[in-house]
Design a protein around this ligand. Structure first.
Ligand code: LLP
Length: 418
């Protein structure tokens, strides 16, 4: 469910016509619904209410300060994968002691920063990383709280680029090496073992892979117990899918219903790291039709947003609904909706049925709140878009549109070229 709906023939973001916001701030434009965002967060919170848990929003999905602040105010934790994300999370008021830190390539500097900040735990992805964290913690005079990210080898049947839980992936340590790594960690003076982490993939639309993962993680926790290693936090990652086209994803409550009984032992605190399912359908990307063209019987709708604004269709052939900001009764055409970037892969839709758009029409690329702006770039000298947060009938700029000055920010010309 989201709050981008038609009233008569006009698309609204909550109680504001999308067209009205665009008139003020131009295109391409990311628009988020505050109400949707909060509802999605609360869906997780309520689903797991009653058993100890922390919802750690995955910043990689969207790290705009106002989005983070919204979630922080609801009591959210964070899942970060860099020092930069940790900085953003804390700046927005997400407590470090509700923040988990994953990623295969944490640098020494980042580890020091995370230790100093007092994060809840490092989700460690290799024995090399463990040794490094132990050493740095020793130098800093603290004990580092850790979990290992284990790879449960579960096929989450999602797009290969966003599936992460198989043996061939670079993430985590193989389940069969988990015990030896935990035993190694136990011997280290500056390591405090507190958890197990896994994340099996993204855009998962079934419950069973989550249940399977939890079962495997619990089995490991049991084995660790026999080695005298006690686990408190079971971090089962993110990955719950959303509706982009006609897929139906489980509600967080459906997952909780299946998982909580499996866990039984309430001395575990469950950690979840949802990203997409909280923010994905809370955002849209609005773009303007620049030109229409026909070549070799193929129709192209050329819009002013490009793959630099939303790369998901190009990178994963991801499907996003495209809706007109104002419905029209023109005949349907079959067209590719493409951006202005000099790449054949710069498209939002291929062979899509649309009521023939006209130049100047506004189109909304739906479900763009997650991995939209956060993956955007300046490719082709393009400015990153503005972002707007709508709450009821009010709307707020939460990021200014970039200017050409931003394109050269930080660049320097060596003396010999001057
Ligand atoms: N935790 C870990 C350790 C992760 O690697 C991820 C996502 C998440 C949590 C959040 O997963 P979510 O709930 O959002 O599915 N750019 C791709 C998605 C990459 C996801 C990477 N990891 C896309 O646009 O589909």
């Amino acid at each position: 469910m989201h709050n981008f709906q038609y009233k008569k023939s006009e698309l609204y973001a909550e109680d504001v016509p999308v067209r009205k916001i665009v008139e003020k701030y131009g295109t391409p434009l990311y628009i988020y619904s505050y109400t949707t965002l909060v509802r999605h967060y609360k869906a997780f919170e309520n689903a797991f209410n009653g058993s100890p848990h922390i919802i750690c929003f995955a910043l990689k999905a969207n790290s705009n300060a106002a989005i983070l602040k919204t979630l922080a105010k609801e009591g959210c934790g964070a899942d970060v994968v860099s020092g930069g994300e940790l900085f953003l999370a804390m700046k927005a008021g997400i407590p470090a002691n509700k923040t988990v830190y994953a990623g295969v390539g944490k640098t020494g500097e980042e580890i020091r920063y995370a230790l100093k900040s007092g994060i809840l735990m490092f989700n460690i992805e290799s024995a090399d990383e463990l040794r490094t964290i132990n050493k740095i913690a020793g130098e800093s005079g603290v004990r580092a709280p850790i979990a290992f990210r284990v790879n449960p080898n579960i096929n989450a049947s999602t797009h290969p680029y966003i599936s992460t839980g198989l043996k061939k992936h670079k993430f985590g340590i193989p389940m069969e090496h988990a015990i030896e790594n935990y035993r190694l960690a136990r011997k280290m003076p500056n390591i405090n073992i507190i958890g197990i982490h896994c994340h099996i993939g993204s855009q998962i639309t079934k419950i069973s892979p989550f249940v399977e993962a939890v079962k495997k993680v619990l089995l490991l926790a049991d084995k660790l117990k026999t080695h005298g290693i006690k686990i408190k936090y079971l971090d089962i990652g993110g990955g719950l899918g959303i509706t982009y086209g006609n897929e139906v994803s489980p509600h967080p409550a459906d997952i909780a219903k299946k998982i909580i009984p499996v866990i039984k032992d309430d001395h575990f605190t469950l950690i979840l790291e949802p990203g997409r399912s909280i923010v994905g359908n809370a955002g849209i990307l609005v773009t303007k039709v620049l030109y229409l063209k026909k070549s070799h019987k193929k129709e192209f709708v050329i819009v002013d947003a490009g793959m630099n604004d939303l790369i998901r269709p190009s990178l994963y052939e991801a499907y996003h609904h495209i809706l007109p900001a104002r419905k029209n009764r023109r005949a349907e055409i079959l067209a590719d909706v493409v951006g202005p970037i000099c790449e054949s892969g710069d498209f939002f839709a291929r062979e899509r049925k649309l009521n023939a758009p006209a130049r100047g029409d506004l189109l909304a690329v739906m479900s763009a709140g997650a991995y939209g702006f956060s993956m955007s770039s300046n490719y082709n000298g393009r400015l990153r878009s503005a972002e707007i947060l709508v709450k009821g009938c009010e709307y707020f700029v939460i990021r200014e549109r970039e200017t050409w000055k931003d394109l050269v920010r930080g660049e320097k010309i060596p003396g010999f070229l001057r």
